[in-house]
Design a protein around this ligand. Structure first.
Ligand code: PGA
Length: 249
């Protein structure tokens, strides 16, 4: 069975609640499709107004982060129950910006993965190498470690529903998209890693996105690759271009 594509926007630290509603109203007709899952991952404060603005459309609202405890003295954090109560179905975990600026490690990402599944939230777990790692030829070793640690204790049944976003750090926000061959090669390697951890059936089901300067021009070729099941889109998700990316065919 062919995997359904999932195309997600990662808004990062952009859009006030007012701007979020405006953007969703602009994009709503442009991202309408029956062929793919469309997700807008938005800043926490935008979640409720975004949910309201997206009502009745095919847009699902996701979060950009979540903490791994249920509740309590964790000033500034957002709990899984806060997300599910607001109707959130997806959460981006372990984005390279969170790993780089907010000290996230594969271990904390793993705790968040387990918590997300416990609450029925689908994680979009990010992984990806630096330029130095690519030049040193250790891309796949590094990513395999991120995936293996991220999925520790996750059951095959849960893993089959997860989303992994392969985002080479050197391609994020730089305008440098990985070549289609590079993106496909790593996404295939990630699928093989999932097959090793679990089994072929789980690897067949898990969805793997490519992210890093995806735009309307590069999306069609990337999304046509056998192991690329959609994209995690930053900059271009804030523009009408996102409609073209979603309707890439
Ligand atoms: P970009 O961001 O599309 O702006 O490169 C992608 C991401 O970081 O998810």
């Amino acid at each position: 069975m062919a995997r359904r594509k999932i195309i997600a926007g990662n808004w990062k630290m952009n859009m006030t609640p007012t701007e979020a509603v405006e953007l969703i109203n602009t994009l709503k007709p442009l991202v309408a499709t029956d062929d793919a899952d469309v997700v807008f991952c938005v800043p926490a404060i935008d979640i409720i107004p975004a949910m309201e603005a997206a009502k009745g459309s095919n847009i699902a609202i996701g979060a950009e982060n979540m903490y791994f405890e249920e509740k309590g003295a964790y000033t500034g954090e957002i709990s899984p129950a806060m997300l599910t109560d607001a109707g959130v179905k997806y959460v981006v975990l372990g984005h390279s910006e969170r790993r780089e600026y907010f000290a996230e490690t594969s271990e904390t990402v793993n705790k968040k993965m387990l918590k997300a599944f416990e609450h029925g939230i689908t994680p979009i777990m990010c992984c990806g190498e630096t330029l130095t790692q690519r030049e040193q030829g250790v891309t796949m070793d590094f990513i395999r470690q991120q995936v293996k640690v991220g999925f520790l204790g996750v059951t095959a049944e849960q893993a089959a529903t997860a989303v992994i976003a392969y985002e080479p750090i050197w391609a994020i926000g730089t305008g440098k998209t990985a070549t289609t061959e590079q993106a496909q090669e790593v996404c295939k390697g990630i699928r093989e890693c999932i097959a090793e951890i679990y089994d072929a059936a789980t690897a067949e089901k898990i969805r793997i996105q490519y992210g890093g300067s995806v735009n309307a021009a590069t999306a069609p070729e990337l999304f046509a690759q056998p192991d690329i099941d959609g994209g995690l889109v930053g900059g271009a998700a804030l523009k009408p271009d996102f409609g073209k990316i979603v309707n890439w065919k």
